[in-house]
Design a protein around this ligand. Structure first.
Ligand SMILES: O=c1ccn([C@H]2C[C@H](O)[C@@H](COP(=O)(O)OP(=O)(O)OP(=O)(O)O)O2)c(=O)[nH]1
Ligand SMILES: [Mg+2]
Length: 149
């Protein structure tokens, strides 16, 4: 369990805090801080009304809610969105409406979920040759039924 500082912004006053819907939930549900109508094919960075300070070595992933995706075709366009540990601005949810009908986002409605995760920092070491593997350079379905020659 890690601790993440959360600052409510003026336009987020009165909204429910991010919360786990059940004890075993992986994601903290977050709600919209604004009303916005998403036309089919449209996208919008939806305000949440809060900012966070994540401890070094961690990130928060912004993930879609499957119910919105299945019922309405509404998803997070950049899924999973990345909240960096050093970001202090408002957390926003880039919602896209891939459905055929307009979708009304209503202030207070749950629109996405936050999943905190540990991140490893890497130091890149430039080399002339990489080690051999069975896969080699094959990818993009190379092991499947319709594998390319
Ligand atoms: O769904 C998201 C994704 C990002 N962010 C914020 C927090 C994150 O730390 C910052 C930058 O995100 P990212 O690195 O994905 O975007 P970028 O296009 O690389 O922008 P930057 O140049 O600011 O890093 O934007 C959100 O609020 N919601
Ligand atoms: Mg970036």
């Amino acid at each position: 369990m890690i601790e993440i500082a959360l600052k409510r912004l003026p336009h987020g006053e009165g909204l429910p805090a991010p919360a786990y819907a059940t004890t075993g939930a992986a994601g903290l549900d977050i709600v919209a801080a604004e009303d916005v109508c998403l036309a089919p094919g449209a996208r919008h960075a939806v305000a949440t009304g809060f900012a966070v300070a994540i401890p070094p070595g961690f990130e928060i992933q912004v993930r879609p809610r499957s119910g919105l995706a299945l019922k309405h075709g509404v998803t997070c366009l950049n899924s999973p969105g990345t909240i960096d540990a050093d970001y202090r601005g408002e957390v926003k949810v880039i919602l896209a409406n891939l459905g055929a009908e307009p979708f009304q986002v209503t202030r207070g409605e749950r629109i996405a979920q936050l999943v905190p995760a540990a991140v490893e920092a890497a130091r890149l070491i430039e080399v002339q040759e990489l080690d051999d593997t069975v896969r080699g350079t094959g990818g993009f379905g190379s092991t499947g039924r319709h594998s390319l020659p």
